[in-house]
Each structure stands twice: as C-alpha cells, then as structure tokens.
Ligand binder design. Sequence first.
Ligand SMILES: [Zn+2]
Ligand SMILES: [Zn+2]
Length: 264
Amino acid sequence: LSVVTNHILEHCRHKAPEQPRHVWFVCDILGIVCAAATWALVLSAAGVLLCALLLPTRDVAYGVAHGTLFHLLAFLALAAHARTMLTDPGSVPVDTEPSTPGGPRCPLCGAVQLARAQHCLVCGRCIRRMHHHCPWVNNCVGEDNRKYFLLFSLYTALAALHVLLLLCVPALRSYARGEWDRHGVPSPGGSLVFLFLVALKGFFLGSVSFAIQMHAICTDRNAIEQRQRERGRPGPGSAWMNWKAVFGHRLSSPHLLPLHAPGQ
Ligand SMILES: [Zn+2]
Ligand SMILES: [Zn+2]
C-alpha cells in the first residue's frame, strides 16, 4: 500500500506546474468549458440586446446611451474575468527550502506548508489564502487574484441589473398605463426571453459572489477558514485595513478597473 501511495504522490508532484511561470493557465476541461460558456453568454447577451432591443428603438439617444453603458460594463466584466483566469492566484513555490531544515511540506505538490495556504486538487498546487476553486473562471481564487474576481462579480451583477431594468421598466410602465388588456398582452420573442434568463442568472450569481467575497476580504477569512471556524474573530486588521490590503492604500477610481495588481 505504501508503494502505491508513494507512486500517487510522485505522480502528483510531477503534475504540479514548474516554477517560474510567466503565464498561468489551469488545464482543466470542465473549467475551460465553463469559462468559455461565460464568455459566450456575455457576448451573445450583448448581441441580442443590440439587435432585439436597442437597434429597433426610434430614440437614437436612448439606444446609444444604453448600448454604450452595457458594453462598457460587459467589457470590464470580461477583462476582469481574463485577469482572474490568467493570474497566478498565489501558488507556493515548489522549489524553495523551508525556513527550518526538514520542515513540513505538502505531500501532494512538495511545497513548503504555509499557515494560510491550501492545496487545490484541480490546480495541483498549494495556494496562499485560497478561497475556493471556481470553474467559471477556471482558476483558484486566492491572495493574488481575489481583487480581479471581486471586480468580475461586481461588473457582471451591474451589467445584468442594467439589462433587467431595460427589459422590465418599459413593461411595467405600459402595464401601469393600462396598455395590457385581457386580449392584448404582448408576448416577448424567444431572444428576449433568453436575454432575460441570462441576465437573471448573471445578476444572481454575480451579486451573491460579490457579497461573499466582500465578506471574506473585510473579515480576512477565506471560505475554508470560515467553514472550519478556526478563528472566531475578524482578521488581524480592521475591515478597512483588510480592504486596503487588497485594493491599495490610495483608493481611487482606477483601482476599480482590472488593471492594478492587488495591494498596489
Ligand atoms: Zn500542495
Ligand atoms: Zn485551484
């Protein structure tokens, strides 16, 4: 049995990516499919919104303003998604020596065991402050990419909310004016129903994910620590200090773009 166990551990060590890596990409089929589906849903929603809702309108200013706003939010969401997926989430190097000779190492990847690192079976590496592995971004959410994941959740929820308002407000207005009689209820086309369902899903997942990440950042606890209840009090700093550790000490509007690395 020990021979088999050693063989499995040796295989996992070889599976772990080598250091240094300039481009981080997790080769997981499920994650790649989910990440591609995310892009396809956002791009198809943008196309349907443009063709079925904004281009047919007679109010040009209305179409241009809402088209610009949605495409800006969708672009920011996809940019944040790409940065979340292609950024090393905080992998612990596998070729460093522990501070004390013979110190503990991860049995799966061989990295030095750090206090707040967890091994991810999908990434095959130990990740600092690992929150969870998200197949929708095909990556772990950890210390070095949690800012991008938070921005991805935020812009997804905002873009989806924008679409929901564009669909629901005119319908509610016409209902309030009494334009819906018993025989003349307008039936939306299949493309608008698709757009509504995609927006509803995006708003639900984006807002829930944003709330969970905000709580994790402000309390400085990841999902595993929260489940294990190892720490009964908030992190070492205040919620504001924990926030600045992720978004930087000079908080300004450019920090809400997926450009700056966490803490800068
Ligand atoms: Zn490990
Ligand atoms: Zn992972």
